[in-house]
Design a protein around this ligand. Structure first.
Ligand code: SF4
Length: 247
């Protein structure tokens, strides 16, 4: 029973393992090639991700939340679009390196739309990519593709932000902590036990079997929040002052 539960909780890994087993049984050569490719990407990730995490932590510490909200927040409008395009374009490294950065930016107030623009620009119009394109395919090809891609990114980010809402992300956020700091729920870690909602029902609720933060601006009752954080068996609730709660 517990093996079945573990398999269900790690369904993605189980599916990959099953795909490898099937490949090795029916197409062993393809299985070996896949294994080599996976090993190559895992090695690359092990080398790159620590650097990305350090850079993200430094940015988190150095760039004030107000600046992120001003340039990338929901009210940043055209300025946010331009800044997101620039941020994604001047980036370096593989696209998966962008995800921890985007989580940090989101926690500090960046909007879903601007995150989509950053990720899209990072993936398809990075400056190093454009320079290579210019070298191999010429200026006209590069310029036309760049213009059309930017237009597509702007349109699709607008559409995507109408479909993907804040509550759909794995990180739930409350903007107005008593200290001005936000409260987060890591929905990937949350098991939906509802202890937080029972402890602090004015702030937490259960939606789709996961904890969520109730809509609406309210001051945080830090005492209740501390109890809710302590009650969470998965340590899924994060408040920047949580060390104050002796966790
Ligand atoms: S207490 Fe933690 S695990 Fe349980 S519902 Fe709340 S956030 Fe999720």
């Amino acid at each position: 029973m517990s093996i079945l539960k573990k398999a269900r909780d790690n369904l993605f890994i189980v599916m990959i393992a099953a795909a490898y087993i099937i490949l090795f049984i029916f197409r062993p050569s393809m299985g070996i090639t896949s294994l080599k490719n996976s090993a190559y990407y895992i090695k690359e990730m092990i080398m790159i991700m620590p650097v990305i995490f350090v850079l993200t932590a430094l940015l988190d510490a150095w760039v004030p939340k107000e600046q992120i909200m001003k340039f990338l927040g929901k009210k940043s409008k055209t300025k946010g679009v331009i800044f997101s395009l620039i941020l994604g374009s001047i980036s370096a490294g593989p696209i998966y390196a962008a995800f921890p950065l985007c989580v940090m930016l989101y926690k500090k107030g960046a909007s879903v739309r601007n995150l989509i623009i950053i990720l899209s620009a990072w993936a398809v119009i990075k400056v190093p990519m454009l320079l290579n394109e210019l070298k191999f395919l010429g200026f006209q090809f590069m310029a036309v593709r760049w213009i059309l891609t930017v237009i597509a990114i702007i349109i699709f980010s607008f559409i995507a932000s109408k479909i993907v809402k804040d509550e759909d992300l794995t990180v739930d956020i409350h903007e107005n902590g008593a200290s001005g700091e936000p409260v987060f729920i890591n929905k990937s870690a949350c098991v939906g036990c509802s202890l937080c909602a029972k402890t602090y029902p004015e702030l937490f609720e259960i939606k789709n079997k996961k904890a969520a933060i109730k809509k609406g601006n309210r001051q945080i009752d830090e005492e209740k929040l501390a109890m809710a954080i302590r009650s969470c068996p998965m340590k899924a609730i994060y408040f920047p002052n949580r060390q104050d709660y002796d966790l």
